[in-house]
Write a protein that binds this ligand. Structure first.
Ligand code: 5GP
Ligand code: MN
Length: 345
């Protein structure tokens, strides 16, 4: 019987990583950070990279603009992350010879940390899978064909740590990153490469059901009540091609749920027959409006978001609109109708 054990299951393009490897291998202290309101890919990628670097003898510290949402805290069970507002953040940033930014390449998506990251003395590097970022980093590796930042960090792990088995917590963090950014391996960003990487992670000991439960099965009744309110108010237009739901401050108060609980709500209207674009509008306490958009294949919500200063991917994009609620909402709905070639008011 021939053994294929020596063949790497996931071909690693080491050339494109060369500069990043050079920088990381000669670093002593690395701060690893990501975008505001970190999601599974952001947090999983940050923690995996931090732990990989620690294994190679680097002093690596995760730095976050916002705390991890409750369901993702298991990824930082040791409480290593330093969150903006913590006085230690400035010390970490100024003592780091490298600042690695993952899952984001748009400066303003670093939120409160943006100016400090840009002013820090360390070298900035970036590993991301989003388009048209403006974040100044050198070297940077932007691969929009990767499902997630986690998929890229996995690739880096093979080069940084060699072919031995990945430590379980690193494999779990990467699995959570890839699972969440692909909607459980369903979105169009899911590729054969994604599945090959995930196969490796499972071989490293990840139990898919365990991670799925950690991330998705922790809802409190308040969250499902809010979902109920949002879905009861579902609206559609242009023969069902456009659908949207509203998370107002009133609905948040009525249900007792929190803003961060809304993650994933935008997925439900996607199950509607014939829907092309789904929008979730969330009224923030500040009066700003946070928008999440999703589209089916062939419809570009990134372009729609960029008309309003937002961004993201072709099929998943977001905007932070200034408000007020009614006007922002109407302006985007109108642009969406136009983009879909439907009637406009
Ligand atoms: P979500 O709807 O899950 O919050 O975000 C979907 C995608 O849009 C993510 O890839 C995220 O990076 C991007 N995105 C969300 N909000 C914003 C925003 O305010 N500005 C930009 N540039 N991208 C966003
Ligand atoms: Mn991502």
């Amino acid at each position: 019987m021939t053994s294929h054990a020596s063949l790497p299951a996931v071909p690693v393009d080491s050339l494109r990583w060369r500069e990043i490897l050079d920088v990381l291998r000669s670093a002593k202290r690395v701060a690893v950070t990501t975008h505001i309101h970190p999601d599974g890919d952001a947090l999983g990628s940050v923690m995996a990279l931090v732990w990989m670097l620690q294994l190679t003898g680097v002093e690596a510290v995760p730095v976050l603009t916002d705390p991890a949402p409750e369901n993702l805290r298991f990824l930082d069970a040791g409480g290593e992350a330093r969150v903006a507002g913590d006085p230690r953040v400035d010390a970490v940033l100024s003592a780091s010879d490298v600042i690695a930014v993952v899952d984001v390449s748009t400066s303003d998506r670093l939120g409160r940390l943006m100016n400090r990251v840009l002013a820090a003395p360390g070298r900035r590097i970036c590993i991301d899978h989003h388009t048209d970022g403006d974040f100044p980093a050198a070297p940077s590796l932007i691969d929009t064909s990767a499902s997630s930042a986690g998929e890229l960090i996995y690739e880096l792990s093979r080069l940084l740590l060699g072919d031995g088995p990945l430590p379980l917590r690193i494999a779990e963090a990467l699995y959570a990153a890839i699972m969440t950014d692909t909607g459980g391996f369903r979105y169009t960003n899911t590729t054969a490469r994604t599945h090959r990487v995930v196969a490796e992670l499972i071989e490293a000991g990840v139990k898919p059901e365990h991670i799925y439960r950690e991330v998705y099965h922790k809802a409190r009744p308040e969250v499902l009540r809010l979902l109920g309110l949002a879905l009861a108010g579902l609206q559609t237009d242009i023969q069902g091609r456009l659908a949207w739901i509203d998370i107002t401050q009133e609905r948040l108060a009525l249900s007792g749920a929190r803003q961060e609980d809304v993650d994933g709500f935008v997925e439900l209207p996607r199950t509607l027959l014939g829907v092309d674009v789904v929008i979730l509008f969330m009224e923030l306490q500040s009066g700003k409006v946070k928008v999440s958009m999703r589209s089916r294949e062939g419809v570009n919500v990134h372009d729609l978001a960029s008309q309003f200063g937002g961004g993201g991917h072709v099929h998943a994009a977001g905007i932070l609109m200034e408000g007020p609620w009614i006007a922002s909402r109407e302006a985007l709905l109108e642009a969406a109708r136009k983009a879909l070639g439907g009637r406009t008011a």
